[in-house]
Design a binder for this molecule. Structure first.
Ligand code: KIV
Ligand code: NA
Length: 275
C-alpha cells in the first residue's frame, strides 16, 4: 500500500498523483486495477449515487457504508474518505468519534475536510492525534450555500491572496495533501510550488502535483450536466441504456433466455415426474 511518504516522494520526483472517487466495491476494484494512487470516497456520492443536488444531505452513516464497500473492493489501496457536512465544525469529541468510526470500522487510511478558518484547528488536532488529513480548498461544495453556487474560486486579488494563505495554513496545521477545486491554473501552480505537501487538482490545471476526478465523470456514467473541467474517457451511460433497452426488447419478444441461459433436467426424471 502507498503511504503519505510515497505521495511526498511523488511530489519531489515530479511524478503526478492519480486519484479518483469510488463508492462501492466493483468501482474501487477497477480503480485499484488501474493502479490509482489514491481512492477518494467522496461525499460527491450524494450527487452521483444518491441523486441529491448537493453534498449537504450526506451523512456519516452513508460515508461509513461507502467506505466499507470501497475497502472490500480495494483492500490494498490508499483510501481517503470525506467527512460529511457539519461533522467537523462543532464539538471536537464528536469529530473524533466520527473519524474513529471511519478509520476503525471501515479501515480507510485518511480523511478529507473542506475549508480553512475553523477547519484549521480541527486539522491540527486530528493530525496531532495521528489521523492523516487531506485539506480541500477553492470550490468547497459543502459551502455551496454560502459561496452561492458552483463556480471558479480565487479569481480576484483578495480571493487569490486568501487562497494562498489558507493553503499554507493547511500545510502548517499538518495536512499531508491538499485538494484544490476549480481554481485558475496559474494560481494552482503557484500554490503547488509554494507548498511542500502534494496539491491535487480538480479543475485546477495540469501543473498541480496530481489530479482527482469523480468516477462517474471519468467513465461518463451520467446523463446530466458535465462540468467543463471533466474529461470523459468513456460513455458508459449510453452503453448501459442500450444494454437495458435490448434486454427489455428480448424479454418482450421471448428471445431471452436462450437454451444456454436455461437449465435442463434428464428426460427420464421428467418422465417419472409427469408420467
Ligand atoms: O467528493 C468528491 O468527489 C470530492 C472531489 C471532487 C475532490 O471531494
Ligand atoms: Na467531497
Amino acid at each position: 500500500m502507498k503511504s503519505i511518504t510515497s505521495f511526498m516522494k511523488m511530489k519531489t520526483d515530479g511524478d503526478p498523483i492519480a486519484m479518483v472517487t469510488a463508492y462501492d466495491a466493483p468501482t474501487a476494484k477497477a480503480a485499484a486495477k488501474a493502479e490509482m494512487d489514491i481512492i477518494l470516497v467522496g461525499d460527491s456520492a450524494g450527487m452521483v449515487v444518491h441523486g441529491y443536488d448537493s453534498t449537504i444531505p450526506v451523512t456519516l452513516d452513508d460515508m461509513v457504508l461507502h467506505s466499507k464497500a470501497v475497502k472490500r473492493g480495494a483492500p490494498s489501496s490508499f483510501i481517503v474518505t470525506d467527512l460529511p457536512f457539519l461533522t467537523y465544525n462543532g464539538d471536537f469529541s464528536e469529530t473524533l468519534a466520527s473519524v474513529k468510526r471511519l478509520l476503525q470500522e471501515t479501515g480507510i487510511q485518511a480523511v478529507k475536510l473542506e475549508g480553512a478558518g475553523r477547519t484549521l484547528s480541527v486539522i491540527n488536532k486530528l493530525t496531532e492525534s495521528g489521523v492523516p488529513v487531506v485539506g480541500h480548498l477553492g470550490l468547497t461544495p459543502q459551502s455551496v450555500g454560502t459561496i452561492g453556487g458552483y463556480k471558479v474560486q480565487g479569481k480576484t486579488q483578495a480571493a487569490a491572496d486568501k487562497l494562498v494563505k489558507d493553503a499554507a495554513a493547511i500545510e502548517e496545521n499538518g495536512a499531508f495533501a491538499l485538494v484544490l477545486e476549480c481554481v485558475p491554473a496559474q494560481l494552482a501552480a503557484y500554490i503547488a510550488n509554494l507548498l511542500t505537501i502534494p496539491v491535487i487538482g480538480i479543475g485546477a490545471g495540469v501543473e498541480t502535483d496530481g489530479q482527482v476526478l469523480v468516477f462517474h465523470d471519468v467513465v461518463g456514467f451520467s446523463d446530466g450536466y458535465v462540468p467543463s473541467f471533466v474529461k470523459q474517457y468513456a460513455h458508459i451511460q449510453s452503453e448501459i441504456e442500450t444494454a437495458l433497452m435490448t434486454y427489455v426488447n428480448e424479454v418482450k419478444q421471448s428471445v431471452f433466455p436462450e437454451e444456454q441461459h436455461s437449465f435442463a433436467i434428464d428426460q427420464d426424471i421428467l418422465g417419472k415426474l409427469y408420467g
